[in-house]
Each structure stands twice: as structure tokens, then as C-alpha cells.
Design a protein around this ligand. Structure first.
Ligand SMILES: C[S@@+](CC[C@H](N)C(=O)[O-])C[C@H]1O[C@@H](n2cnc3c(N)ncnc32)[C@H](O)[C@@H]1O
Length: 392
């Protein structure tokens, strides 16, 4: 397949044929580094599932100009080689198959008559064959990543979001539903979430996903300090009342016998080694006493996991700006995931917002604004990072 060829020339060719432009230096670097192009087909899937390609295709469908500079586009496409090679490469990248003799001859003739190469690309993109192919392209399907807007274009992932009773409306895109759906998506993909699984949540509060998990795993144990400021602030996540009346917080009917709430410090878990198939923590470890508190928690979560079990974390990741209380810089995240006996299931995709730029929500001025995927406290811009580690 075309995407197995990972040289710079191949990346440039794919960008011109799919997006009608050259890759930026950063994109080229990213693709060659293997971050985006980490498996066969990933480069192509990334381009075809991008909002940028979506905009181009929509413009062509509506008969509107899709590119700002048609002459620059034509020059870029002309640089891809002689006509017959260009047609072959266009079929390969756009339709995912070799050009048939009739199609190759047809387009070669049109080009010889003076047709622009951009019109050949447009004809292939607007064909029924391509439309069928495009619909089946899964959106960014990686597990370890920054909170990813593209997941709202992934049908498998959206089905999970809906099963949680949450809206799939893109305007309401928010890090919290992302964490819940991504946790389930990842644990399923990694084979850790099964009917017989035993699951631990650390810093659980009364999060919605606990109740969903109680309906899909054998046993779920929710642990939290349930004390201090968390009893009163924001969503009152640390409300100790849930210890007495868990059903009062349930968003839907659930298997009550499968879910236990326990008061416990995440840094010192009162469980025997090897007790759980999954140990996870969402938006909590950044509140456990800086890097040291978070690292102690990850180590103890690892201790109580079975061999081969999955440790899933969502925490705050600084994209730009100075350190801020209860957020982690990328270097701190790298140190946190480097605990002995635990292994990242894949590299963390930290380039999400280079591909899908968003405006950060100012948490001091408009805390409830959505989409709510990247946020800021003054100059510190941050988002959620989702991490999956396997106990070795
Ligand atoms: C932002 S809330 C997140 C709650 C929940 N995971 C969610 O996503 O809704 C952080 C939680 O961490 C809990 N917490 C703080 N320090 C803790 C510790 N050392 N051990 C366990 N839980 C702690 C708080 O009580 C609070 O419920």
C-alpha cells in the first residue's frame, strides 16, 4: 500500500494529492518521526480524516473553489512527475488501488488535451468509489493522546459516548466526556475491559463512568479521600455522601452489587498486589501533591494491578506557557509514565492541536464555554492527556 513508503517524497506526494498543498516543516518532521505515520495506512487515514480535507471536499461538492491559489496547486501537482505517473499515484492515494487501463487512458488523454491536474484529483475525490472509501476511514484511533476533537468523527468512539448517555453534539465537545469515552475505548481495544474484569478507580468522586463500568465489568471499586475542599468546590466531586447513598448519584440504572465506594488515599492503596485488571484515574492525580504525589499514586496503582493489566490516566498537560499549580509540563508527564514495571502501550500523540487548532477557553472569564478541549489560566495553556500503561 502507498503508505508503507515512508520517505519524505511519499509524504509530500500524499499532501499534494489529498490536501492540495505541501506539508509544513513540522508536519513533515512529524510524519517522518513516525508519530502520525506509525502504522501502514496511518498517514493516509490522518489526511483523509482531517477537518482540512473535509473542508476541501465539501467545497468541491458545492461547486465552490477549494483552494486559495489554483496556480500554486497546479504547480505542486505538476511537480509529481509525468502525466502517467501522476495518474497512477493519484489512483493509489485517493482510490487505494492501481489505476485500471481504461481510467488511466482516459485521464492521460484529458491531461494531454490540456486538462488541469487539479481537476483529475477533484474527479477522483468526488467519485462514488472514493466516497464509499472515505466513509469507512476511521478517525484518529490512537489511545495515548491529547484530548482529541477528531474522536467526535469516529463512529466506534461516538457509540461509546452515546452509551454513557452523553451528547455527541460537536458544539458541546468537552474534556470530561472525552475522558470517559476514551477510557472505555482504550480499555476495550487493549482487551482489559471484559465481563469478568475487576476495575479500580482512584480519585473517583462520583464520576459517571463508574456506573457504566458497573454494568459492564464484574466489580468496580471507587476510591477517593472524600474530604477537604472537594466536598464543596465546583462539581463537589469529593462529596462523602456518595459513600452512604451511591444510588443518589447514578445517572442511570446500574448493578448496585457491582460497585463499591471506599474512602482511601490514592497514594497508599489498601489492596493486595495483583488485585485488578484495570486501575484508572481521571482528572485527579494532579491534585495529589505535585509530581511526587502523582508518581507515588501511579506506582501504587501499578502494584495493585495484575500482570498484563492496564493503568489508564487522564491528567493536565501544559501545551504552552509557564508552570501552573496542578498541571504538568510535558517533561513531567514523560517522567511520570516512566515508572518501572509499567510500559506505555504506544507513544503519546502530543501533536493533536497542531492538526486541529482550537481557541483555548479562559477558565477565569468563561469557565463553561464549549468546545472545551484546550483551556488556559492566564498564559498557561493546557489540555487533558490520556495515557494507557501496561503492567509488564
Ligand atoms: C477533579 S476531582 C475528579 C473526580 C473524578 N475522577 C471525576 O473525573 O469526576 C479530583 C478528586 O480527587 C480526590 N482526591 C484528592 N486528593 C486525593 C488523594 N490523595 N487520594 C484520593 N483521592 C484524592 C478529590 O476528593 C476529588 O474527588
Amino acid at each position: 500500500m502507498a503508505t508503507d513508503r515512508r520517505g519524505a517524497g511519499s509524504v509530500v506526494e500524499a499532501y499534494w494529492l489529498i490536501l492540495g498543498r505541501a506539508p509544513t516543516a513540522l508536519e513533515l518532521d512529524d510524519e517522518l518521526r513516525g508519530h502520525l505515520n506509525q502504522s501502514p495506512g496511518a498517514l493516509l487515514r490522518g489526511l483523509l480524516s482531517s477537518p482540512e480535507f473535509d473542508r476541501l471536499r465539501t467545497a468541491w461538492q458545492a461547486g465552490r473553489p477549494a483552494h486559495a491559489d489554483d496556480d500554486a496547486l497546479e504547480r505542486g501537482l505538476l511537480a509529481l512527475g509525468p502525466d502517467d505517473a501522476f495518474v497512477r499515484r493519484a489512483y493509489d492515494w485517493i482510490l487505494g488501488r492501481p489505476a485500471d487501463a481504461a481510467g488511466a487512458a482516459h485521464y492521460a488523454r484529458r491531461l494531454a488535451e490540456g486538462e488541469r491536474r487539479a481537476n483529475v484529483v477533484r474527479a477522483l475525490v468526488l467519485s462514488n468509489e472514493f466516497t464509499r472509501r472515505w466513509r469507512s476511514v476511521p478517525r484518529d484511533s490512537q489511545l495515548c493522546e491529547l484530548a482529541n476533537p477528531a474522536k467526535w468523527d469516529n463512529d466506534e468512539w461516538l457509540a461509546i459516548l452515546r452509551s454513557l448517555g452523553l451528547s455527541d453534539e460537536k458544539l458541546l465537545m468537552h474534556r470530561k466526556p472525552y475522558e470517559f469515552a476514551q477510557l472505555i475505548y482504550g480499555c476495550r481495544r487493549l482487551g482489559a475491559l471484559r465481563e469478568d474484569s475487576v476495575v479500580l478507580s482512584v480519585g473517583a468522586g462520583h464520576e459517571l463512568v463508574l456506573y457504566w463500568l458497573a454494568n459492564h465489568a464484574r466489580r468496580v471499586v471507587a476510591t477517593d479521600m472524600y474530604e477537604g475542599v472537594w466536598q464543596a468546590v465546583q462539581g463537589r466531586e469529593g462529596d462523602p455522601d456518595v459513600l452512604r447513598r451511591p444510588e443518589q448519584y447514578a445517572p442511570f440504572a446500574y448493578r448496585q452489587e457491582a460497585l463499591d465506594f471506599m474512602k482511601m488515599d490514592g497514594r497508599q492503596l489498601a489492596f493486595r498486589p495483583g488485585s485488578f485488571d484495570i486501575a484508572y484515574s481521571l482528572s485527579s492525580i494532579e491534585h495529589f501533591g505535585g509530581v511526587d504525589g502523582a508518581a507515588a499514586t501511579i506506582r501504587d496503582m501499578g502494584r495493585v494491578l495484575k500482570a498484563g493489566g492496564i493503568l489508564a490516566l487522564a491528567t493536565e498537560y501544559v501545551l504552552a506557557g509557564p508552570p501552573h499549580e496542578e498541571t504538568f509540563q510535558p517533561s513531567e508527564i514523560a517522567a511520570l509514565v516512566g515508572q518501572p514495571g509499567l510500559e506505555l502501550v504506544e507513544p503519546i500523540d502530543d501533536q493533536v492541536f497542531r492538526r486541529y487548532p482550537v481557541t483555548p477557553v479562559d477558565l477565569y472569564r468563561e469557565p463553561y464555554q464549549t468546545p472545551h478541549m484546550v483551556v488556559r489560566f492566564n498564559d498557561t495553556v493546557f489540555t487533558t492527556v490520556m495515557i494507557f500503561l501496561r503492567k509488564t
